[in-house]
Design a protein around this ligand. Structure first.
Ligand SMILES: Cc1cc2nc3c(=O)[nH]c(=O)nc-3n(C[C@H](O)[C@H](O)[C@H](O)COP(=O)(O)OP(=O)(O)OC[C@H]3O[C@@H](n4cnc5c(N)ncnc54)[C@H](O)[C@@H]3O)c2cc1C
Length: 440
């Protein structure tokens, strides 16, 4: 992958378990590669349901180094494509199950925070999917109709209903519940500590280089200073699937951006819904969104995304600077008191997007006992945790919790990422309806 994400996220570094580099030959019952929310949730649920299982977690850097530690912490339902598109593609019954599964995923994260007994900056609130643009109004109207027809409780808010919650002149909104805001890095690190408390071993600065089908004892994982032999393996590496050449289709590494501000004036904080812990996302995918912080600051994200693969480092840096600048301009327009607010943090992170907006959670083709989890895009806080728990159950041979959902699959559609056909990525992205405002 080209370079690494830049900037320092707003979140304070949290305590992590010891994580030596992996040297020599190591064995485990289960190897989890990738210590983000998906991998750690998998390790946590394995350790909880099968005490005594020997579990090793390896990460190229350390827990929370990926998207999980660099997110903006909006916890809310919704999974995969917008509901009206999900109905067209999968039918009403499946689309309803997808939405309900995403609501359950949010509840499960709220339960997990309570079980881990760490505050994680958690503030239960509502998530407004709002719009100020005609394109957004159309998208909202289509979705509102689909929610209504499926009997899902996602009310439409009028401008007055929105003003009661956030003082921004949005024209309409959908009200998503359950929802909350939290510190995603704190949650990821708390999960890592909880895993370690249950006996899970951690290896840091140990990137997986290659995966080989094992002859006798399951997969062989090749690392810079050693080998890891495991009965079963879970590759929770999200957008690094491409660099590892995993046969899971295209999980496109997209760089996305966020900024955080100094504490707002009491008036602006109150007006933007700070006390109630609301978060506002735009009905147009990847358009800017915001949430408030417990210290009265504001975090804004989205607006732009870049495909870093194949770009030179200076070009990537230039795209970042422009993306942060656009976000700053955008947030200064939110409320008169924000016109001169100081931005204290600017950062980027890599998400994994698939061409059809659906994650991939399934066995890796060609390898027995190896699973891949990833591709939740910019909306994977709740789902990644749910997927980790799901894979833990599958590895333990627990009865299937029900009909598979559309993201329970082994690969996503393929997109051309390299060579002269690279511009086709843009075409495919548009054709698949991401409606990305700027994919550079
Ligand atoms: C700026 C930003 C804002 C976001 N905001 C939100 C939000 O508000 N709400 C929301 O729901 N979602 C949000 N997301 C998305 C969410 O963070 C992700 O969907 C989720 O964290 C993905 O978790 P994961 O475990 O699959 O991947 P990651 O957290 O990316 O974890 C993958 C791990 O694999 C490791 N790894 C990679 N390659 C290798 C290798 N070769 N060997 C070993 N380890 C490897 C990485 O170091 C990393 O630790 C945001 C993401 C970003 C970047």
């Amino acid at each position: 992958m080209t370079g690494q994400p830049a900037g320092t996220p707003y979140w304070d570094p949290a305590e992590l378990p010891p994580q030596p580099q992996l040297h020599g030959v190591v064995t485990a019952d289960v190897a989890v590669v990738g210590a983000g929310l998906a991998g750690l949730s998998c390790a946590y649920h394995l350790a909880e349901r099968a005490p005594g299982l020997d579990i090793a977690v390896v990460d190229a850097q350390h827990p929370a180094a990926g998207a999980s530690g660099r997110g903006t912490g909006l916890l809310g339902p919704r999974a995969g494509p917008a509901l009206d598109r999900a109905v067209r593609r999968f039918g009403a019954v499946t689309a309803r199950r997808m939405h309900r599964a995403s609501q359950q995923a949010v509840r499960d994260v709220l339960d997990l925070c309570a079980r881990l007994d760490v505050p994680c900056g958690l503030r239960p609130g509502e998530q407004l999917m709002a719009t100020r643009s005609p394109a957004g109004l159309l998208a909202l109207a289509r979705q509102a109709r689909a929610y209504r027809e499926l009997g899902l409780d996602v009310p439409v808010l009028s401008p007055a209903g929105i003003r009661e919650r956030v003082g921004v002149p949005y024209r309409a909104a959908l009200l998503h519940r359950p929802a909350a805001t939290l510190d995603p890095a704190a949650l990821t690190c708390a999960l890592a500590r909880a895993c370690a408390d249950k006996g899970v071993r951690f290896y840091g600065r140990s990137p997986l280089l290659a995966l080989r089908p094992g002859d006798l004892v399951g997969p062989e994982l090749v690392l810079p200073h050693g080998r890891l032999y495991a009965g079963q393996a879970v590759l929770a590496v999200n957008s690094a699937a491409e660099a590892l050449d995993l046969p899971v289709g295209t999980v496109l590494p997209l760089e996305v951006y966020a900024v955080a501000t100094e504490p707002l004036s009491a008036a602006a904080y109150e007006a933007l819904g700070g006390r109630a812990g609301h978060a506002v996302v735009d009905a147009v995918p990847l358009a800017p969104y915001f949430r408030l912080l417990p210290d009265r600051g504001l975090v804004a994200g989205g607006g732009t995304a870049a495909v870093p693969a194949g770009l030179a480092a200076p070009r990537i840096q230039d795209l970042r600077e422009r993306a942060w600048m656009r976000l700053e301009h955008w947030l200064r327009d939110l409320h008169p008191d924000l016109a001169r607010v100081r931005v204290t943090h600017r950062w980027s992170g890599r998400i994994g997007m698939t061409a059809d907006d659906l994650p991939v959670v399934g066995p890796v083709p060609g390898y027995s006992d190896v699973w891949y989890v990833g591709g939740c895009g910019g909306h994977g806080l709740a789902l990644s945790v749910a997927h980790g728990a799901y894979v833990a159950g599958a590895l333990l041979g627990e009865p299937d919790p029900g009909d598979p959902l559309p993201w329970h699959r082994s690969h996503a559609p393929r997109l051309p990422l390299r060579g002269p056909v690279r511009p086709l990525v843009r075409v495919c992205v548009d054709a698949h309806g991401w409606a990305v405002r700027r994919v550079c």
